[in-house]
Ligand binder design. Structure first.
Ligand code: ADP
Ligand code: MG
Length: 313
């Protein structure tokens, strides 16, 4: 049976609905829907039963069936391309015709800053600690951001003390699933409560690796963490793939390490697409725009578009 919360999500997000018309067609009291939207009244079982066939006529099933694929971008280390990947893979998916939400759950707030959102009033922490709706900042057509900044770190202890706090991000994302095709979560460089929250909320995770000497150091711990979440809290979670970033194929050391990555991470998928070292990616981040707007002919733009194609395939 449908719930009060689902009806509110549908009414809030479905364009072109006239509340009075829906009330009339469902034969429920006039003004009931606006009162339920404002929290003044709650729809009872009789209202819900009468509303259901009417809302089906307005696309209820299509709305709730189209669910976003949620991908957590993870690595326990910093500086390995997580934020760059979240931002530019996100934009590549938008350019391929999808609606995308990117979520920043790193207290460094690099993703938010890279998208021009500094010191956001409403941020992810309000959804996961204060039970508020996930804040959505439109960036460009079909591309939205849920931002964070340093305030997230200041409330980490509260989060750790809260009962089952790791489930809060999943709860906050649930009501957004029907509105997007992809939701990408940019994780912090640690296996902390926020990374665990992302792995619980996600369908899959994408691990970024830079082919440097210590690339594989700690990766076993990262995979063990992913498997623990999978076993205990999210049996649907799978590994989307391992993405090599900042690659320079001219360097022997990069070629050697990439070979080792393929051997040691077998049978996991290592994406065919490698993100080449490309200064335009760094410059675009500083200019607070994505790589496609900054330089659509750059290697960075080409590589992230190829990655999007692999993920959509
Ligand atoms: P993380 O989120 O894992 O900490 P970032 O995505 O922020 O890593 O990347 C770290 C730094 O490297 C940033 O300054 C970013 O602009 C730069 N960078 C990321 N990918 C590339 C690349 N392929 N080529 C050149 N610089 C890159
Ligand atoms: Mg980052």
């Amino acid at each position: 049976m449908i719930t009060n919360a689902q009806v509110l999500t549908f009414l809030t997000n479905k364009d072109g609905l006239t509340l009075s018309k829906v009330e009339k067609e469902a034969q429920i009291p006039k003004g009931m829907l606006s009162k339920s939207l404002s929290g003044e009244r709650e729809l009872n079982q009789d209202h819900l039963t009468k509303l259901y066939p009417v809302l089906v006529g307005y696309g209820w099933k299509e709305f709730f069936q189209s669910k976003a694929k949620v991908i957590a971008i993870v690595n326990h280390k910093g500086g390995v391309g997580k934020t760059t990947t979240t931002l530019n893979l996100g934009k590549a998916l938008v350019l391929s015709g999808h609606k995308v939400l990117v979520i920043d759950i790193d207290s460094q707030g690099n993703l938010s800053q890279a998208l021009g959102v500094d010191n956001p009033d409403k941020q992810v922490l309000h959804a996961i600690i204060d039970d508020e709706p996930l804040p959505i900042y439109p960036i460009s057509e079909n591309f939205d951001l849920s931002p964070s900044d340093l305030s997230l770190a200041s409330r980490e202890i509260e989060m750790i003390r809260m009962v089952l706090s790791e489930l809060q991000l999943q709860r906050a994302i649930e009501s957004k699933l029907s509105q997007y095709d992809y939701i990408l979560i940019d994780c912090p460089p640690a296996l902390n409560v926020f990374t665990t929250s992302a792995l619980i909320a996600a369908n899959s995770c994408l691990v970024t690796l830079q082919p440097e000497i210590a690339a594989l150091k700690g990766v076993k711990g990262l995979f063990d963490h992913i498997f623990q979440v999978q076993k205990r809290l999210n049996t649907n979670l799978h590994i989307e793939g391992v993405l090599l970033t900042m690659v320079d194929q001219r360097l022997n050391i990069h070629r050697d390490i990439i070979e080792q990555v393929h051997q040691q991470l077998n049978p996991f998928r290592v994406f065919k697409t490698q993100i080449r070292m490309n200064v335009a990616l760094k410059e675009s981040q500083i200019s607070q725009i994505d790589i496609f707007e900054y330089d659509s002919n750059s290697n960075g733009a080409k590589d992230y578009m190829n990655l999007a194609k692999e993920i959509m395939a």
